[in-house]
Design a protein around this ligand. Structure first.
Ligand SMILES: Nc1ncnc2c1ncn2[C@@H]1O[C@H](COP(=O)(O)OP(=O)(O)O)[C@@H](O)[C@H]1O
Ligand SMILES: [Mg+2]
Length: 436
């Protein structure tokens, strides 16, 4: 055991002559890097050799690799999920894409269930992946009423269409509305074919008399209960979102493709539309994630780039949470990309259920990668992610491509190295003047 260093106050009260402590003959403080890392967290050996190469450990030197499943098996992580935060242009998407690209080379599969900027297509082309582009006038459709072949297909559909309706209406559903939706869905499920939204809207406006009576209601009362729902869903049948979700799915998600991207860039800037699309896509994604369906045991990344745009809706947060629970059972690693942690506050007032769910998603990310943060975000980031003072002080100075990787028992400052052939990371070309 080594002796303690004198505190600053003790030093100040020493006579000038003996103020520097080495002449006192105090032994140098020695400890293993594991012990020292509690005081100065970057002093840990780099985790070389684990996972796909990311770049260099900026402080310790040497290569840095990452593989959430490998680290989980070694007991370094309590779950494989990752949150990545950083200001615009810090290099978040570049890191996510390289992680995807290099993981695919190592036999993993990657799903991007919502790409609002349409910037993942280049990578998909590179690896022979699939891009499904959703947008007005485009041929692709996703049917939110598809259900994976589970025992609870009805419940599954009900939860998804409930979330879509809540997002479309901008509020939670009332109990009577839930019953109306339940009954309408049961009605359209009676047919043998897979139900679609136009049929559901029809069933909401013309409910079944017997079914209503069973719930102690008249047909008119049930119709009234379903009125707002039908209005909300009509937006997806005849309104600005028509032609996207109102028919059978055109492109079933191929579980064997190395990379599948749902390109939502044609939906424009509206967050509602994005959130609805994401919720619709969750069924598509879940169907592919089911074991047995995939015919493969490959580990899979699900990457939510620009996740902050999706996470403003309580209904979406709830879907994400359900999906993460499923992911845990299936060995999927989720990567959530945000600008700043205060993005998550937009989902509801303090103390609300949605806020708690968002905090839960964050807590469920064992690996936290923090790129540059604006100075007004430092305290919030440090508090939410459990950063130490030296870690926090580092954040405003981080250059592009360099981030703090905080794992439960170690942290690293890593500079992500991009190979010249990894041109798919470039999102800046529009800003540059090309050489003639
Ligand atoms: N590690 C890196 N090395 C070199 N260039 C990088 C690196 N990370 C990002 N870039 C470049 O910076 C630009 C912005 O990066 P991007 O990943 O799109 O930022 P963000 O997603 O954080 O907004 C891209 O053109 C990308 O090529
Ligand atoms: Mg980005």
């Amino acid at each position: 055991m080594s002796r303690r260093r004198p505190t600053a106050t003790q030093v100040r009260h020493l006579p000038t002559r003996v103020r520097t402590w080495p002449p006192l003959g105090l032994p140098a403080h020695r400890a293993s890097s594991a012990t020292l890392s509690s005081a100065y967290p970057f002093l840990v050996p780099p985790s070389t050799g684990v996972g796909v190469p990311i770049g260099v450990d900026a402080l310790a030197g040497g290569a840095f690799g990452f593989d959430p499943w490998g680290l989980y098996n070694e007991g370094e992580l309590t779950n494989p999920n990752v949150v990545l935060v950083g200001v615009v242009g810090a290099g978040k998407s570049a890191l996510a894409k390289c992680l995807a690209y290099r993981s695919i080379a190592a036999g993993r599969r990657v799903y991007v269930p919502g790409d609002p900027k349409g910037e993942w297509s280049t990578l998909a082309r590179e690896v022979g992946g699939i891009v499904v582009r959703l947008g007005p006038g485009l041929p692709a459709r996703l049917n939110p009423l598809d259900a994976p072949a589970t025992a609870d297909a009805h419940g599954d559909r009900l939860r998804r269409v409930g979330a879509i309706t809540a997002t479309a209406l901008g509020r939670d559903l009332r109990p009577a509305e839930r019953s109306a939706l339940d009954a309408a869905l049961a009605l359209v499920e009676r047919d043998d074919q897979i139900p679609t939204l136009p049929l559901l809207v029809e069933a909401l406006t013309a409910p079944d008399e017997d079914e209503a009576r069973r719930d102690g209601l008249t047909r008119d009362q049930r119709t009234l209960d379903g009125t707002d729902l039908a209005h909300g869903l009509r937006r997806l049948v005849r309104g600005d979102l028509a032609g996207l979700f109102d028919g059978p799915t055109t492109d079933p998600l191929d579980p064997d493709a190395p990379l599948v991207v749902l390109d939502l860039s044609a939906l424009g800037a509206e967050d509602d539309a994005l959130a609805i699309a994401m919720t619709c896509a969750s069924g598509w994604l879940e169907a592919a994630l089911r074991p047995g369906n995939a015919g493969t045991t490959a580990k899979r990344w699900v990457i939510y780039d620009e996740a902050w745009r999706l996470m403003r809706q309580p209904a979406v947060i709830r879907r994400l949470q359900a999906q993460w629970k499923l992911a845990r059972a299936l060995g999927v690693a989720n990567l959530l990309v945000l600008h700043r942690l205060s993005d998550l506050d937009a989902v509801g007032p303090e103390g609300s259920e949605a806020r708690a769910l968002a905090a839960g998603l964050l807590a469920d990310c064992s690996t936290r990668i923090v790129y540059r943060q604006e100075s007004d975000q430092l305290s919030a980031t440090a508090a939410a992610l459990g950063l130490t003072r030296p870690e926090r002080d580092l954040l405003p100075a981080l250059p592009r491509g360099t981030g703090l990787w905080k794992l439960p028992r170690r942290s690293h400052v890593v500079h992500h190295l991009v190979h010249p052939l990894e041109t798919f990371v470039d999102t800046d070309h529009a800003m540059r003047e090309e050489a003639p």
